[in-house]
Design a protein around this ligand. Sequence first.
Ligand code: ADP
Ligand code: GN1
Ligand code: MG
Length: 368
Amino acid sequence: MDSKFPDLISQFQINEKPINVFPFGSGHINDTYKVETEGRNYLLQRINHSIFKDVEGLTGNFLKVTGHIREKLNSSNSGPQTLKLYPTHSNTYFLKDHEGNYWRLLDFIEDSSSYDLVENQTIAHEGGKAYGEFVKMLSDFPAETLVETIPKFHDIHFRLDNFRKAAKNDSAKRADDSKNEIDFIEARAEEMKCIIRLGTEGKIPLRVTHNDTKINNVLFDKTGKGICVIDLDTVMPGYIHYDFGDSIRTFTNTASEDEPDLSKVGMDPDYYAAFTRGFLEETKAILKTEELKYLAFSAKLMTYIIGLRFFTDHLEGDVYYKTKYPGHNLTRAKTQFKLLESMEGQFLFMKQYIESLCNDNPISQYGT
Ligand code: ADP
Ligand code: GN1
Ligand code: MG
């Protein structure tokens, strides 16, 4: 174990001493470690401070949101859990070390697993229920009391501007080799502006959304039941489409997010159906007709946005996401764009499936 950990961990209000501390999980943003002790285990995270600039505001959001969820879970006394942060001896819920790094300590959720790739329909259905329940539990939480931890996070105008600047500046000299991707993005740019337009026109409400609903941000128990939604750093006001769409992106892909063999990449219709069923079982009653109408489209939007962000990072020389090899972000972007094409080919099915679940409130899904 790195010699910095015992001192770091001793600054939090826990009784146990660490025996073993090792890197854990496959997130792209924070540095995550499992802390083993003679008693319970913990999860230590170094918060990526260059991405999350307001750690105090982010921690405030975390405490408010988990507090609200905990009250709901207590009153229903059911299986799901929420994350628990430990305070430091100075009674703050994060620690700033002498190098300027920010750390937090959480309960390690035992007997749980996260997946990078969906393995069966139970996982997809349970994932849909977990993310659906998460938004439902927060539907009465005052969104305006949360800080925006990453401003304009899913703002398509902002993301397109960043991409166009990156392509023009071409600081890593990669744009010439990426003509196909640039054309792919531009061909779809107008279509992708519709959710933000509906929001600006007041036709869909701002809710408290998770905004990073990928498959490995839900923990499942051994039977495949979803037990905890994690990675709460981006919980802030957003549209329901951000959560549903980003989930479909990762819960339905037949290959990994960074699969280089594009022939393996595509949207599995059975996983789409299973996730959607679970999500709507929890949320149908709270969603407005106008929100439901754009759900199928949102899967295309979020696959596009995340592909656009991977691609922009590639053009900028891999400055945002953790990468394992040069070109990793380009591989990820190509995978997203192939997945988006697969969704385009199955869009009629995607729309009709949602319509079939909304028989009591007939809606026609948006888009062609
Ligand atoms: P990142 O922002 O880098 O994605 P996450 O908060 O998602 O960081 O954590 C990374 C991984 O660590 C998760 O995908 C999950 O596998 C694991 N993990 C996170 N929190 C817990 C927890 N409280 N208990 C057990 N495992 C966890
Ligand atoms: C990042 O933190 P992680 O790995 O769950 C990113 C998401 C992307 C995702 C793509 C704060 O999520 O927006 O969708 O990678 N999080 C942030 O895998 O940028
Ligand atoms: Mg994560």
